[in-house]
Design a protein around this ligand. Structure first.
Ligand code: CUA
Length: 294
């Protein structure tokens, strides 16, 4: 009897996990992916969605089964049997969530690190290093500095340049020169400025396949720059520059959403990012460059 229970439990658990994995990998709740960061982010989402589906189905099925199976028979007014303590069960239901939470924590940290989330901390360390009387980062100093962990190109933080040996794009090629864009957030708009040729625009226009680095600052309160299709979100803060970098991988128009409650019209603080084919981007740039510049 005990063996039968154990086998049934094992089979049911295997079925649950398989269903969770199937749903997590097949059902796509995310919008279309349009940047080099998307694959990294989506792999984490798939894992979390699989775990969530498995737990939800497990709990819901046991709950519904128990409601039917252990329903009070008509006319039975007595108390239920008092059951107290089951050490093996308690160990199991502590161990499973502990393992799941630890795994999710470590894996999330890894993804965040690969998207450059720890780069600002590394930059601070480098600045402290420079402040301690060392010459500005020449190659000798770079060699003595601890090698940063390899990460995918782009994400949270500055763009990795072609000079950086760790820099690779999605397809493994050295990245094109980075297009810098300055982003100013204010109640209730984003303004984009292209320092290379003096364009100021209410919409962000970027070329397909070329690295873009956004340096962002707010005029008034904290805002957040979010493009769901790029899988990127970053706070925009008064008096402190934050950086996002990405390579657009799919032409089209995508929403830019302010993702930080910033006042009465926060909900209306939206813009658009237009990803052009390189030639179309050049045309846009030529058309919009002010005559006074260059
Ligand atoms: Cu800006 Cu919300």
């Amino acid at each position: 009897m005990q063996i039968r229970t154990a086998v049934t439990t094992a089979l049911a658990s295997a079925g649950l996990v398989a269903t969770g994995l199937l749903v997590g990998n097949r059902v796509n709740l995310l919008p279309v992916d349009a940047s080099s960061n998307a694959a990294t982010y989506d792999s984490l989402f798939k894992v979390l969605f699989s775990i969530g589906t498995t737990l939800f189905l497990g709990v819901a099925i046991v709950l519904i089964y128990s409601l039917m199976r252990f329903r009070r028979p008509p006319g039975d007014g007595a108390d239920g049997i008092a059951i107290e303590g089951n050490l093996p069960l308690e160990i199991v239901w502590t161990a499973i969530p502990a393992v799941v939470v630890l795994f999710v924590g470590i894996y999330s940290y890894d993804i965040y690190e690969r998207m450059g989330g720890m780069a600002p901390l590394m930059d601070h360390a480098a600045m402290d290093h420079a402040a301690m009387g060392h010459e500005a980062m020449d190659h000798g100093a770079m060699a003595s500095a601890p090698t940063p962990a390899p990460r995918i190109w782009g994400g949270i933080g500055p763009a990795t340049t072609a000079a950086d040996p760790a820099a690779t794009t999605v397809n493994g090629a050295a990245p094109l020169p980075t297009l810098p864009v300055e982003v100013t957030a204010m109640q209730f708009a984003f303004i984009f400025h292209y320092p290379d040729n003096g364009i100021t625009s209410g919409e962000l226009h970027v070329p397909l396949g070329q690295p873009v680095e956004l340096r962002m600052e707010a005029r008034d309160v904290i805002h957040a720059f979010w493009v769901p299709q790029f899988r990127l979100k970053q706070d925009v803060i008064p008096g402190q520059t934050t950086v996002l970098s990405f390579t657009a991988t799919r032409p089209g128009s995508y929403p830019i959403v302010c993702a930080e409650l910033c006042g009465a019209y926060h909900g209306g603080m939206r813009s658009t990012v237009v990803v052009h084919e390189p030639e179309a981007f050049e045309a846009w740039r030529a058309q919009n460059t002010p005559l006074t510049s260059t």
